[in-house]
Design a protein around this ligand. Structure first.
Ligand SMILES: Nc1ncnc2c1ncn2[C@@H]1O[C@H](COP(=O)(O)OP(=O)(O)OP(=O)(O)O)[C@@H](O)[C@H]1O
Ligand SMILES: [Mg+2]
Length: 308
């Protein structure tokens, strides 16, 4: 491991607000050649940086450095090349965390990257923000900027980058201009009546910067506004790039896992939340009273109260 720095050039500690894990703003530091080379390497190679310096919770291993899944690397490439991305992904595969990892790298190694996080609930958005904050704890001082401001909903670095957390309201993040990435997480769970106004308030946040990225991500929930965006992305008519993954896109998810999950949650829920089935896709359903089994489309399933 490369030796870290703990003081500025005058010998003062780099501690932010009494927290030794964070670095205070606007300090003059001196990096040796090894640290400088490592900084440049991390800036240019996001995957190297994450796998070497960012600790996350890994099932069975606790807090540790992750080995990124191949789909996460593919997703990062898509983020690098596109500015409007719609992603439909199974439950509990690392959706939120993957975007958080990308956002963290964007802020640490670039100037003036203003990011935003919103979700179906403010609590969900705050949790993602908290995970980013915790990621920072383990990154050495020589690889991270100083902190100007840190609260439960806002982070500002002295390189001009930062994050704000937004509530899912009709007004969105008022007065905020995004130059980095705006994440809208769990979009399928946002109330459909609120969605149009929420989206109308969020879109301008990224519209004024041609490089700003808007990422819409969710596990599907029926035939609603999210399904529409995904369909438009998949069929290429709404300006969004499309990204999806199968239910077994992470290790440990094999046929035995699937069988157990279907038992736990039922085939309909599995189809929706793990196989990400929506729209015209046919699913087999069983009438609880008559025992009759028939095939219906997901669209029918969610628009016909008979099946609810
Ligand atoms: N590459 C990886 N290796 C190991 N664990 C990972 C990796 N990426 C993410 N994880 C872990 O996967 C778990 C689920 O992550 P996350 O909450 O981001 O998933 P999600 O798909 O957003 O879940 P949900 O459907 O509940 O919103 C977390 O514990 C996270 O640390
Ligand atoms: Mg999530």
């Amino acid at each position: 491991m490369i030796k870290d720095i703990s003081t500025d050039v005058a010998g003062h500690p780099l501690i932010f607000n009494g927290d030794i894990r964070l670095r205070k703003a606007n300090t003059k530091i001196l990096l040796n050649k090894e640290q400088l080379d490592e900084f440049v390497k991390c800036k240019n190679d996001r995957i190297y940086f994450i796998e070497k310096y960012v600790k996350i919770m890994v099932a069975g291993k606790g807090l540790t450095y992750p080995k990124l899944y191949s789909w996460q690397k593919k997703m990062f490439k898509l983020f690098d090349g596109d500015t409007r991305i719609a992603m439909i992904l199974p439950r509990q595969v690392g959706k939120s965390l993957s975007v958080a990892l990308y956002m963290t790298h964007l802020m640490l190694f670039n100037r003036d990257m203003k990011n935003g996080i919103a979700a179906d609930k403010e609590k969900t958005a705050k949790e993602i923000f908290l995970r980013i904050k915790e990621m920072l704890y383990h990154v050495p001082h020589f690889l991270k900027p100083g902190i100007v401001e840190l609260s439960k909903t806002k982070l500002d670095f002295d390189n001009g980058s930062g994050i704000v957390v937004s509530a899912t309201s009709e007004t969105g993040i008022s007065g905020f201009t995004c130059s980095g990435m705006l994440l809208l997480d769990e979009v399928a769970l946002i109330n459909s009546n609120l969605w149009d106004k929420f989206y109308a308030s969020m879109e301008p946040v990224v519209a004024s910067d041609p490089n700003a990225k808007l990422v819409i991500v969710s596990t599907p929930k029926g035939y609603n506004h999210f399904e529409k965006i995904i369909r438009g992305a998949r069929e290429g008519y709404n300006g969004y790039s499309y990204f999806t993954q199968p239910w077994d896109c992470i290790p440990m998810r094999d046929e035995a896992w699937k069988a157990q999950k279907v038992l736990e949650v039922g085939p309909e829920k599995f189809s929706q939340e793990y196989a990400c089935v929506v729209g015209e896709t046919l699913v087999e359903i069983k009438n609880k009273i008559t025992g009759e089994i028939k095939k219906v489309s997901m669209k029918e399933l969610y628009s016909n109260s008979e099946y609810k």
